[in-house]
Design a protein. Sequence first.
Length: 186
Amino acid sequence: MNTLHHGFWTYIAMRKRKDVVKYAIIGSLVPDLVYYIMFFYILFFGDIFTSQPIEEIGWSGVLHDMAHALFAHPVVEVLRQAGHSFAVWLFFYIIVVFFKGWKLNKWTGFLYGWLGHIIIDLLTHVEDAVPIFYPFSMKVIRGPISYWDDDHYGDIFSLLNGILMATAILWILIKKVNANRKKRSL
């Protein structure tokens, strides 16, 4: 799933827990932050935006090469696998529960957002799935659908996800308008 969509659905799921919702959203975004960090690294320190590549392959080719350079970078590969691993998540969860307890707090909220990201990506990545128990196993479990690949229903998923997001936004707006009307009528 797209990074920002993880944050959106985490907000929808946790919005009534005002004390932890922002930590859960951050947790849901963290596994993909490596892509944004490496994007800026390649942007500033890579040589793909020099005039020669642009003249040879054009802007779309440069962006295509940049995306491939991003995902092929060894640091990105390790952090991507670690950030999407149940084993790594469980390690941090045990530490947090040991020190902070089971009660929902900003730390467990962060971890539940992260767990939601892992579960959603487990279901929505097929050809680009990662080892789910990294670093202990390189076994890849492929999801039933892809959020982007039309060969694995990515077009249908994107359409349904967009409709559901629009519906959720509309639903929240209607609830807010109705709540404001009730306040004014009292």
